[in-house]
Structures are given as C-alpha cells and as structure tokens.
Design a protein around this ligand. Sequence first.
Ligand code: ADP
Ligand code: MG
Length: 283
Amino acid sequence: ATPTAVTAGIGRGAELGILIKKGEALEVSDRISCVIFDKTGTLTLGRPRVTDMVGDVLGLAAALERKSRHPIAAAVTERAEEEGVDVPEAEDFRAIPGMGLEGMVDSHHVLAGNRALMEKYGIPLEHWDPEKFESDGKTVVIVAVDGEVKGIIAVSDEIKPGSARAVRELERMGIGTAMITGDNRKTAEAVAREVGIGTVIAEVLPQDKATRVAELRERGEGVAFVGDGINDAPALAEADLGVAVGSGTDIAREAGEVVLMGDDPLDVPAALQLAGKVISRIR
Ligand code: ADP
Ligand code: MG
C-alpha cells in the first residue's frame, strides 16, 4: 500500500466530516457489500415527540420515564412538562432492555413499554389498538397499571433528510441496505418504506444486534454497521466496518472505525466512494 494515498484519503475524509481512525478502514470499506443502519438516531433524528395520547396516563408514564435515558423518555417527560401534569415519584424503578420500564407509583405497579413488555407480564391489550399508530411509523408506549392497560402514548421520530438518498445511492453502487431496530415490526416497516430500505430486522433485543451482524458476515457479506447508541457498540465492533454517528454516545464513537461528524447518512456512501478511490490508486 502506498501510505501517501491513504493519508490523502484520510485527509479528504476529514474535510468532509468523515473521521477515518485508521488507514485499514479504507481497505475494508472497499469490500463492503451490505450496510446495516440502526433506525433510531441514525436514519431518524433520534428526538421523538409525543403525537397522540389515548387515556389519561401521561403523569404515570412520566413518573417512570423521568428515570430513563431512552429517547422516548425525553419525549414523554417533555410533554408532561408542557401540559403541566402532576408527575408522582416512582419507586422500585427498573428498565427492561428492549421493552420498557417498570416501577411502583402511589403503591400501584406501573409498566410503560411495548407489546413485548405486556406479553412478558401477561397483560392483554383488549380494545387498545397500537397498530393504527405503528402503521404510521410511530412507536407506542403502552401504560399498564396493576396488570391492566390504562392508556397509550404514541411518539414519532422524524426521518433525517438524507436517509432516503443515502439508501438510493448505496443501492446504485450495488451495495445492499438493511435497517435494524429494537422497535416493533409495524413501526419499523413503515419507516423502512419511507426510507426505501427493503430489509427490516425488527424487535431485536440490544444484546442481539451484534449476533445479527455476525450472521450476515457468515453468509460472506462484507458488513458495515452504522449506529449511534450505547447498545450499538458490540455491533459496531462485530461489523467489518463500524461507522459511528458523531452526535451519538462516546461508547459508539470509540467502537467505530469511522465517525460521521455531521450525522448525515449520505456520508456513508460518500465514505465508501472515497475508500474506493483510494484503493484504486494503490492497486
Ligand atoms: P432502539 O434503539 O431501536 O429504540 P431499544 O432496545 O432501545 O431499541 O428499544 C426497543 C423498544 O423498547 C423501543 O422501541 C420501545 O418500544 C421499548 N422501550 C425501550 N425503552 C423504553 C422507554 N424508556 N419507554 C418506553 N418504551 C421503551
Ligand atoms: Mg439506537
């Protein structure tokens, strides 16, 4: 390899806001056949807002959510503040990864989370219907009190302006794309449709993201993983190329070989094109 081409490539990347930590990342980039995008914070802004509420559960939900650092938590607590609702103190709080939250509020057992959480506790949805929100790409927080659903809160996370073009560009380059998320299948499919991604890997528990990356690698794919969160770090490390979104967590930035300072999904095809140019100059 000629170090000058690599150095120039790294320099050009830096100008574009694409931080390439090691020269080897350029060689790996040239072998990528599939890019897996994390949904929340990578293809979407990662700043969901409450859009719909059914039932009177905002205060209860906020009691739990104010102890959580999930993006959904910020949406719910913000709305509770805006509406000036009374937010009681929660005790025995616990986060259940990939599902939601549990705690005691005024001596009542409260759950706030997805269908999987309700299933885990054997709580029937009865007439409550998350699906009509999910088919719009919204994520639904189901709130149950003492084993009975009392309401639902829907949040929506805007898709980044560059997401659809990034996917189109990669497909044009002959590179496959997929989206991975802990979110439910209906919501994920609605977002994927808007972005133009055909392959959806949904309802993945945080600890299983890396396993899904490993499965694709075993099938002979050169896999790039693009993510931002704490729970993305193992998948970033498992991928042939880990691409961290700059505004994400320190842990993700450390795990990635490439860091996108501008948070723009379009920098993914740009980085792979840059790598292609560098490698063709070396060969
Ligand atoms: P992702 O990074 O794709 O959002 P997570 O594993 O963080 O994946 O979350 C998966 C799902 O678990 C969320 O879509 C949501 O339904 C539920 N969940 C996680 N944390 C919370 C929370 N604090 N409040 C409500 N629901 C939550
Ligand atoms: Mg995420």
